[in-house]
Design a protein around this ligand. Structure first.
Ligand SMILES: NC(=O)C1=CN([C@@H]2O[C@H](COP(=O)(O)OP(=O)(O)OC[C@H]3O[C@@H](n4cnc5c(N)ncnc54)[C@H](O)[C@@H]3O)[C@@H](O)[C@H]2O)C=CC1
Ligand SMILES: O=C(O)[C@@H]1CCC=N1
Length: 271
């Protein structure tokens, strides 16, 4: 990836992507430019931590960038995009990681046939482990999709989906790591309450999550089959799962994903 890439927004997601692409040596630090709304300390942090170029001037960030990544919160997107309308060059590819917001909406603000690719990564991008989905906007050509796919493949896996699927994707893999962390928090509390050392619990749980993820990917068996193999008749797992079932655990997760998906749809309508 020889060219310059500019990030509009310097928050958690921009940092996760930047951390990932720097870790994987996709871009030299001089090729990565970052700008934000007003937080100079945050830009200084990004500069100190990753060595990337930081500027308060969008014009400087965008100049000669091959890719412009929109990474603001949904409610800040309009202002951020309107700022770059006079700066954007026709050949620049716009990648939006903003939840809920359609490429049509962004395109309508840009008022030109800009190539826009909508992307939903997750924060595991920072260690090259994102589960990313990408969708083509109306004016995104095959080459633009190839470019976006190649970029995000450097920091994890990439699935190509239709843009309509992005709300669901966001509720599954965009927000997904947070659901897992929430579960882990509860397991850590339970372990410590039962007297296990916090550090020991942390290590056992992290390895358990990692191992379960690898099993899902590599064993060739589905989640239900893997679960059944652990669940001995009248054993410990059965006792635990029965309690989860009594608390409607699966329904709670289904409702959780549904709430996140609905929220993504609402975010798209707010603009
Ligand atoms: N955090 C996550 O796990 C994920 C977040 N996303 C999406 O990424 C986007 C960013 O999320 P976070 O990084 O978590 O938010 P954040 O709040 O940490 O960062 C937002 C950044 O946007 C900047 N910003 C706001 N208005 C601006 C403007 N007018 N011009 C330039 N910069 C401006 C802020 O200064 C800040 O640096 C959101 O739209 C979110 O939906 C997508 C996937 C996962
Ligand atoms: O919570 C959010 O809105 C963002 C989108 C996906 C993950 N975080």
């Amino acid at each position: 990836m020889p060219e310059k890439i500019a990030f509009i927004g310097a928050g958690s997601m921009a940092e996760a992507i930047i951390s990932g692409i720097r870790e994987m040596n996709v871009y030299e630090k001089e090729q990565v430019w970052v700008t934000n709304k007003e937080n100079k300390e945050r830009l200084q942090y990004m500069k100190d931590r990753y060595g990337v170029r930081c500027t308060a001037e969008k014009a400087e960030a965008l100049q000669d960038a091959a890719i412009v990544v929109l990474a603001t919160k949904p409610y800040d997107l309009k202002d951020a995009v309107l700022d770059i309308v006079p700066l954007l060059q026709p050949e620049q590819l716009v990648i939006s990681v903003v939840a809920g917001i359609s490429t049509d909406y962004i395109g309508s603000l840009l008022q030109q046939n800009t190539a826009i690719v909508r992307v939903m990564p997750n924060t595991s991008a920072s260690i090259g482990m994102s589960a990313t989905a990408i969708a083509a906007g109306e004016f995104a050509a095959t080459d633009d999709m190839k470019k976006a796919k190649a970029l995000f493949e450097t920091i994890g896996t990439v699935e190509i989906v239709d843009e309509e699927a992005m709300h669901t994707v966001t509720s599954i893999s965009g927000s997904g790591p947070a659901y897992i962390y929430y579960l882990v928090e509860a397991m850590e509390k339970a372990a410590v309450n039962a007297g296990l050392q916090a550090e020991v619990a942390k290590q056992l749980i992290a390895q358990t999550v990692l191992g379960a993820g690898e099993m899902l990917k590599k064993s060739g068996e589905n989640a239900a089959a893997l679960r059944k193999k652990i669940t001995s008749k009248k054993g410990t797992t059965e006792a635990g799962i029965q309690t989860l079932a009594a608390h409607q655990f699966q329904q709670a997760v289904i409702d959780c994903v549904d709430s996140a998906r609905k929220r993504s749809i609402e975010l798209g309508k707010q603009n």
